[in-house]
Design a protein around this ligand. Structure first.
Ligand SMILES: *[C@@H]1O[C@H](CO)[C@@H](O)[C@H](O)[C@H]1NC(C)=O
Ligand SMILES: *[C@@H]1O[C@H](CO)[C@@H](O)[C@H](O)[C@H]1NC(C)=O
Ligand SMILES: *[C@@H]1O[C@H](CO)[C@@H](O)[C@H](O)[C@H]1NC(C)=O
Ligand SMILES: *[C@@H]1O[C@H](CO)[C@@H](O)[C@H](O)[C@H]1NC(C)=O
Ligand SMILES: *[C@@H]1O[C@H](CO)[C@@H](O)[C@H](O)[C@H]1NC(C)=O
Length: 258
């Protein structure tokens, strides 16, 4: 026996598709969102957007500040290479004395944000030396470490603070869809679950109704579908509604104007 190929079957699935494939929400109530540290160089916003610098794990970036005779070395994800000491992600070399100062112990990075999403800062603190690295999304393929000269520090602190800037395509905000294969997105949204429950209930209704109609009322074929006349009209109603909305919520031109 072939199953009736009623178009209304595909309707709830269309709705499900529309509900689950939505663009990320950008109008947020909470402006100063926290970017939660997921790992040494990954943080995630409550929206599921993330900053993931993992691709920089195998490189140590450096910046040669020739003016001050200092060279900075950074590996935001782990051990920076020499001259940084063992267990250091960020260090600075004073070229004149060949002395290296540890600025960022491994596993001590702190993410902070200003504004809604950006800029995101990666900070390190070691015995009153604070370094703040501004993460700047770049469309160029290479990642560059620089001194941040454009500091808008409203409250200059007593302790020395260093400002760096990491310009990288890896510093771009990745949207929630990039996290399909891990715990980052907590599965389906409650809206999607609601629609799945609705669809399951609807399918059970059709199946139970069809079985009941068949055995209790002897219905066969299309007539087995409960409220067949109503469901048959659903696609038409849906199309009418769609035309109505597409026409700016005015009756489509084919309707008689009153
Ligand atoms: C960060 O990106 C890397 C490589 O692109 C990926 O393997 C890893 O799962 C991502 N991290 C998180 C927490 O999503
Ligand atoms: C930094 O620049 C100075 C002057 O250009 C140069 O002498 C020095 O070798 C450079 N250091 C590194 C580590 O690239
Ligand atoms: C770095 O330190 C760890 C323990 O803290 C040690 O196991 C490792 O051998 C050290 N590596 C080097 C290159 O010194
Ligand atoms: C940093 O964390 C990683 C993984 O959690 C660990 O393997 C490493 O030993 C830690 N390094 C230090 C210096 O604590
Ligand atoms: C600077 O110090 C490192 C070890 O910290 C050493 O390997 C290197 O040869 C020194 N360079 C100079 C020019 O003294």
């Amino acid at each position: 026996m072939s199953f009736p190929r009623d178009i209304s079957w595909s309707l709830p699935f269309l709705v499900l598709v529309l509900v689950t494939w939505q663009p990320p929400v950008t109008s947020l109530k909470h402006k100063n969102m926290i970017c939660d540290k997921i790992s040494e160089c990954v943080c995630r916003f409550p929206t599921g957007h993330s900053i993931n610098l993992t691709n920089l794990a195998s490189t140590t970036l450096n910046f040669n500040d020739t003016k001050d005779g200092l060279v900075y070395y950074l590996n935001p994800c782990g051990q920076a290479h020499t001259p940084c000491s063992n267990g250091s992600s960020l260090c600075v070399l004073e070229e004149k004395t060949n002395h290296t100062t540890d600025l960022g112990p491994m596993n001590a990075s702190v993410f902070s944000t200003q504004g809604m999403f950006s800029p995101v800062y990666l900070s390190y603190e070691i015995s009153d030396l604070t370094t703040e690295i501004k993460l700047v999304c770049s469309d160029k393929p290479e990642s560059i470490l620089l001194l941040d000269t454009d500091i808008d520090d409203l409250e200059p602190s007593a302790e020395p603070k260093k400002y760096l800037l990491l310009q990288s395509p890896e510093a771009c905000l990745k949207d929630a869809d990039a996290f399909s294969d891990n715990s980052a997105s907590n599965g389906l949204s409650s809206g999607a679950i609601f629609f799945i429950v609705l669809i399951v209930l609807w399918c059970s209704y059709i199946l139970v109704g069809a079985v009941a109609n068949h055995f209790l009322r002897g219905a066969t074929g299309w007539e087995m579908i409960p409220h067949y006349q109503f469901w048959k009209n659903v696609p038409t109603l849906f199309m009418d509604g769609f035309k109505f909305v597409a026409n700016g919520c005015k009756p489509p031109p084919s309707y008689e104007q009153i």
